[in-house]
Design a protein around this ligand. Structure first.
Ligand code: ATP
Length: 232
């Protein structure tokens, strides 16, 4: 579905991603775990095209998309929920959803407002509220719903539980799990416990390199990797 092959990314003279490879298959959730500053967000932004790799490649649905701009990747079906969510503060919930709408894709049940409201009932009573009036948890749900309005073929979620209360995290975990049969997911997280609970496979990144990859079950058991790279 998506394949990231040996990408190298710089911010100015800083060599940030030093050869990151990963993939996500149909029907699975994969997570990219790592401490603050390990390179998770940079990996996501690079996959989306905000800071394209200096070397390496990104393949999506069998095609090389490395050089494609963000809007083209979104049009092709890459849905992205950034760490800071980027909800439009002056637009209502309904308007935030409407601006993100893209046509449905063949072989998929299309997402529209009705389907969003039945999947995320919390948004129904908020439909006419401005983005700025929403709590952090509500904004995260709206950001996820907005990404779904683009009828994505893959979802990239950057630290979805950051700043959320535990009860909301639990609910978000259930929502993300319920989506994976329909759309594969790549998620970054500092919260390894949350991510491994709902992921099939995991990657551990540190100082811009993938240090470990394996099934979520193996990662849960691997205390050495957790202590060395995840501080859990
Ligand atoms: P976090 O949990 O803080 O988001 P992260 O794993 O997502 O951590 P990144 O944001 O990808 O980490 O940052 C990786 C490295 O790149 C860090 O050393 C960071 O200081 C550096 N970095 C990030 N953004 C920039 C930028 N715009 N210019 C220069 N350096 C940056």
């Amino acid at each position: 579905m998506i394949e990231v092959i040996d990408i190298h990314v710089y911010y100015g003279d800083s060599y940030i991603l030093q050869g990151v490879s990963l993939h996500v298959k149909e029907g699975e959730i994969a997570c990219l775990l790592g401490r603050n500053g390990a390179g998770k967000t940079t990996t996501m932004k690079s996959i989306m095209g905000y800071n394209p790799p200096a070397r390496g490649s990104i393949r999506f649905d069998g095609q090389d998309v490395t050089e494609q701009p963000v809007y083209e990747k979104v049009r092709r079906g890459m849905g992205y929920v950034p760490e800071d969510r980027r909800i439009f503060p002056n637009l209502t919930v309904v308007e935030n959803l409407e601006v993100a709408r893209l046509p449905g894709r063949s072989g998929q049940t299309a997402w529209n407002k009705e389907r969003i409201f039945s999947t995320f009932p919390i948004l129904v009573k908020l439909r006419d509220h401005k983005g700025a009036e929403l709590s952090g948890g509500e904004q995260q749900i709206l950001a996820l719903a907005r990404a779904l309005m683009g009828n994505p073929r893959i979802l990239l979620l950057d630290e979805p539980c950051e700043g959320l209360a535990p009860i909301i995290v639990e609910n978000l975990g259930e929502i993300i799990t319920s989506l994976k049969a329909e759309v594969p997911i790549l998620m970054t997280e500092q919260n390894a416990h949350f991510a491994l609970n709902i992921s099939d496979r995991g990657y551990v990144i540190d100082k811009g390199r993938v240090r470990y990859e394996g099934t979520a079950a193996d990662l849960v058991k691997n205390k050495e990797v957790q202590q060395r790279y995840l501080a859990v």
